[in-house]
Design a protein around this ligand. Structure first.
Ligand SMILES: C[S@@+](CC[C@H](N)C(=O)[O-])C[C@H]1O[C@@H](n2cnc3c(N)ncnc32)[C@H](O)[C@@H]1O
Length: 267
């Protein structure tokens, strides 16, 4: 059944794109699709030449096991990343997209890059036509985040820039949305106002109440509108016939989310 024209899931696998080799729920690997033998750390040599130009779902025989070659989901891409700084978890990242109004094709700024987890979510959300400009004041985090973004297959959608945005603001303007995950967002909020297009959205992530209060005070003083703060608690359900219940353990706290919009100076 054809549900739409040009569905990406139906496109043939292209050399250079990132694919998931899936054997089971506990055994899969994310790889760039390249022809010729390549060494995969801890796994041996792979040569995917035979699946280039084939539809997703091909079975590839490797190291005595069958792997299905698929286009990865966002979850597959995130699962393959390494961590350095505290990351924004998927539940919070998803809501930050909503609060900031991130859309396909958008031009987004983010600070700081950290481990690049939120960057990967942003790069996925803006699509091939969108761009993410990711700022961090520490080069080692930029390098780390860049490696994660490239491993996730989104290297072409993200530009990294070494910059202290609290001290120097943003080097570009007219962004559709800005997302902040850094310790002192209230130092940056006024600079976001200058870098957003009219109607653009801002989302901040703050782990503590006092950071949240200072951020919201800065947003009000800077003339932002539609300011809303939220906390998301995620509870997994254990589903069993006749015994479905919440899991006993849950992550009690991640961070507080704030969204706001820049609607221009008051008149
Ligand atoms: C918690 S990490 C961000 C994690 C990231 N959102 C993720 O999901 O992987 C915070 C980052 O903000 C950077 N940072 C802190 N203050 C900054 C500033 N004024 N300008 C630019 N980057 C800043 C830090 O160097 C650090 O890498």
């Amino acid at each position: 059944m054809n549900l739409g024209v040009g569905r990406v899931s139906e496109e043939l696998l292209r050399e250079g794109e990132t694919v998931l080799l899936w054997h089971s729920e506990t055994d899969s690997v994310l790889l760039p699709l390249r022809s010729g033998p390549h060494s995969v750390p801890g796994r041996g040599v792979v040569d995917l030449a035979a699946v280039i130009g084939k539809p997703p779902g091909e079975v590839y025989r490797w190291a005595g096991a069958n792997f299905r070659v698929l286009r990865p989901s966002l979850g597959d891409r995130l699962a393959a990343l390494r961590r350095k700084a505290q990351i924004v978890t998927p539940k919070d990242a998803a809501q930050m997209l909503f609060l900031a109004g991130v859309l396909p094709g958008a031009r987004i700024a983010e600070a700081g890059s950290g481990s690049g987890w939120l960057t990967v979510v942003l790069a996925c959300s803006v699509g091939a036509a969108g761009r993410v400009r990711s700022y961090d004041r520490r080069p080692e985090f930029l390098d780390f985040a860049r490696a994660n973004v490239v491993a996730a297959g989104y290297g072409e959608r993200v530009e990294f820039e070494e910059r202290d945005v609290a001290a120097s603001g943003f080097d570009q303007s007219d962004f559709d949305a800005i997302l902040l995950d850094l310790p002192e967002p209230w130092e940056v909020v006024g600079k976001c106002r200058d870098a957003l297009r009219l109607g653009g959205g801002l989302a901040t992530y703050t782990p503590t109440y006092n950071q949240l209060e200072r951020t919201v005070r800065a947003l009000r003083e800077s003339g932002f509108h539609h300011i809303v703060s939220e906390e998301l608690l995620l509870r997994t359900l254990e589903v069993g016939e006749g015994g479905t219940r919440p899991a006993f353990e849950m992550l009690g706290h991640t961070g507080f989310l704030t969204g706001a919009r820049w609607m221009g100076p008051s008149w």
